[in-house]
Design a protein around this ligand. Sequence first.
Ligand code: PFF
Length: 460
Amino acid sequence: MANSGVTNSQRSSLHGNWSSKLAFILAVTGAAVGLGNIWKFPYMVGMNGGGAFVVIYLVCVFVIGLPIMMSEIMLGRRGRRNPIATMRILGKEEVGHEKWVLAGIIGVFAGFLILSFYSVIAGWTLAYVFKAAANAFANTDATGISNMFDAFVGNPFVIGFWHTVFMTVTVFVVALGVEQGLEKAVQIMVPALLLLLLLLLGYAINSGGFMDGLRFLFQPDFSKLNGEIVLSAMGHAFFTLSVGMGSVMAYGAYLPQDASIVRISAAVVVADTLIALLAGLVIFPIVFANQLDPAEGPGLVFQILPLAFGQLAGGGLFGTLFFLLLSFAALTSAISLMEPTVAWVIESFRLSRKTAAIVVGFIIWLLGILTVLSFSTLKDMKLFKGTPFDNFDYLASNILLPLGGLMVAVFAGWIMCSDSSSDELDPAEGYIYRAWRLLTRFVAPAAVLIVFLHAIGVFE
Ligand code: PFF
């Protein structure tokens, strides 16, 4: 191994460095903020009974997700390679063997799997940009909008087309490389998305269902919880923060040495959580004001927000802007889902970035067809968790991400010597470092294990 024994200050990234700390913060925010916040969070809350799910999700985000995000960025910056090579190098450095590479492999596989369905949903978002622009939501009631959605996802050729468009754009950006491709897109997107959500919040407050929405989101009824729901809340915490699969690790590889990992992680986690809660605060009041079903599933956002846009003055314009921004948010997340695999293919097979992006993109696109069909031809499939989409999501979010995160936590907390980690996180070894170490060594691994065991019924 060419790099074993090389310290991190000597090692430099193969893909260039971030032009500034700000660019890195924006990129990690861009990876974190995406469909997970605005599409997945609300429908998961709706399907899992509301407030209690939200409480577990919030606890998981701050107690498990945040310390693991810090660990991942730290490992990435020390390894300065793709997640698989990074875990191999660091394992060799710290314990003299390469078995920890498994954490990198799990992550790359998870990213691959997630992107295959993520791209399909991002394709829906793209299509909705055009629907909004054509004023398709105006003068349409809830039934009309719901029929429109059903007809749309029920046509595999149409959603297959949009999946293809989205995947092509993603490949294009990834092929352009770190500097030109990744840094630019995020700067305006997140604040603009926040602004539009605030505008929609104004609509939601006046919708007549605001108190019901608020109660549904924040009044926990813990009797609704079971092992599976807790596992879903934890899985979603990993998904929404983009941790457990090496994409944050891959970005950490390009982070300048003097940037504060603690501050960056905290900022990203807070921003990501705020956007998700805001999306919930917008969606549920509209659900209850129209006597709709919060447990609608993956179509929820696409059936609720158009209702608001259809009634708002200037809704055509705002709707177009909103779905456009959401498509951008999905794109920056998709890029981060693809980056670990592409970086790994480039470094392992010595392909050019362009070739690697095209090959990886094509295979993911092909796998995505199974998700495309999950809403029509394969809709009634009941294999294991249901349709291919259900299974891909379950496997990636509820199993691979927590498992990847568990390995990252154990490696960063137990295997890596404390001099290395304090050096990266908090050289003074103050309370932040001690809190991180406590959470990473004990709390996060124990929580992941208990939730896993609970979900498979060990405690019943
Ligand atoms: N965090 C992204 C979202 O919430 O949409 C999705 C995601 C991106 C998951 C990157 C995992 C990942 F590595």
